[in-house]
Ligand binder design. Structure first.
Ligand SMILES: [Zn+2]
Ligand SMILES: [Zn+2]
Length: 427
């Protein structure tokens, strides 16, 4: 299967397509019953409720509710059957086999000319008039129409011709059209399936000298954490007494890797981003999930400090804590402690005070990895970064960390670093 953009009829078919959308939208202003003709043949019963529930389900990202009516806009169903389980969108699903010819019209659409803001004084779907502060204009990236925020809640990957790898804002009608091809696009054009371009971590690449505390995308986090792991390998080889004990790394059920900047005088702020990967029962690593960390601390020193942290998740409970959407605090929700270093026997780890800890925290400072506490820091999943990377708004952190998602191609540098870390341990 391949995309060909030189279809002579494409523009023609797109025009019809776009007109169809606009017709639907304009008609909706006259027809208060069926606002989204392409979704379902059944008329929506209560317009306001549907709109609110759609908005709510997207805001809370709770698309996996048992009441599928709440997220009816997610399903498309050609026969008016709107129940589609979000699990069918998992990139790990068996090779995506969609009937390309059936969705050819959608998959070969070219980017539209956006309508001018002045062309609409009211949302083209719900007809609510635009206002400066409470109801702004938003363009649907797929049809180019002008809608209110509430009618463009959906985010979809767009066909190849749009040259866009992040999910984009689309109106509800376009969401319905694009929904059946999402799993195909996820497995073909999302960021996760691209080959990692930034994979040089030696001295020839300035980026590798120092990890920045904030990574803007999962690709940044993958680079940073691979860099941290490679630095760790160097330190551990040259200074085994100042490294994470073998037994702890071997038993790890997951690793969280963060770069944190600590700055301030007396009251210090700690801020950083990173990622977490878990280890499956067969020893392989899961897909990564992006995290951020925020905390306050007290200290006499004035100035700033940049530190790489490796947090060893010691059991599956710790991995589950990182799966939750809820913010949690290292130390409270997830019992964490500065990890032991050097040559420590496994029995000593179990017997010690810290044996019951779910996480061990290590920081790299002055060329040595030492046990360090991140206590009091709030750690949360970066749902936005995960969505941009995997291209799937329905994906939960549990799906990513508990092995429902295949190892993304874009994270290969990270898996390479992990492989090196563990192979250097065994010898
Ligand atoms: Zn609207
Ligand atoms: Zn649209």
């Amino acid at each position: 299967m391949q995309f060909s953009n030189d279809d002579a009829n494409q523009n023609h078919s797109y025009c019809e397509n776009a007109l169809g959308i606009f017709d639907g939208c304009y008609e909706s202003s006259d027809d208060s019953v069926s606002i989204i003709p392409s979704f379902t043949n059944k008329p929506s019963e209560v317009r306001f409720k549907n709109v609110i529930s759609r908005a709510f389900s997207i805001l809370t990202r709770r698309n996996k509710t048992s009441d599928t009516n709440d997220v009816s806009f997610l399903g498309v169903g050609k026969d008016g059957d709107i129940v589609i389980d979000p699990s069918v969108y998992m990139p790990s699903a068996p090779p995506i086999e969609i009937d390309y010819s059936a969705y050819k019209e959608v998959l070969e659409v070219e980017p539209p000319e956006w309508l001018r803001d002045s062309s609409a004084t009211a949302c083209m779907q719900c007809s609510a008039p635009f206002t400066a502060l409470t109801r702004g204009r938003h363009h649907c990236r797929f049809c180019g129409g002008v809608f209110c925020r509430g009618c463009t809640k959906g985010r979809c990957l767009l066909p190849v011709a749009f040259r866009e790898r992040n999910p984009q804002r689309v109106c509800d009608a376009c969401h319905g059209k694009l929904d059946p091809v999402q799993d195909f696009l996820i497995s073909n054009i999302s960021n996760a399936v691209q080959v990692a371009k930034h994979d040089v971590m030696d001295w020839t690449c300035a980026k590798g000298w120092l990890n920045l505390p904030i990574g803007f995308s999962m690709e940044d986090e993958i680079y940073k954490s691979s860099n941290t792991l490679r630095n760790y390998c160097k330190v551990a080889r040259s200074n085994p007494e100042k490294s994470i004990p073998l037994a702890i790394l071997k038993e790890a059920k997951g690793l969280a890797i963060l770069t944190v900047v600590k700055a301030g005088a007396f009251l210090s702020y700690k801020l950083g981003t990173g990622l977490v990967v878990s280890r499956k029962s067969d020893g392989s690593w899961s897909a990564p999930s992006a995290i951020f960390s925020l905390g306050l601390g007290w200290g006499a020193q004035i100035g700033g400090e940049l530190m790489d942290f490796i947090i060893v998740l010691r059991d599956i409970k710790a991995v589950r804590t990182f799966c939750s959407h809820m913010h949690f605090s290292l130390g409270a929700g997830c019992s964490a402690a500065a990890g032991p270093i050097g040559r420590v026997l496994e029995a000593d780890i179990r017997a010690g005070d810290r044996g019951s800890c779910m996480c061990y925290t290590y920081s790299c400072s002055k060329g040595a990895f030492v046990g360090a506490s991140l206590e009091g820091n709030i750690v949360a999943t970066r749902m936005d970064a995960n969505m941009q990377f995997y291209g799937n708004p329905c994906l939960t952190t549990s799906d990513i960390l508990l092995g429902m998602v295949d190892r993304p191609e874009a994270a290969e540098p990270l898996y390479g670093a992990l492989k090196d870390l563990y192979s250097s341990l065994s010898c």
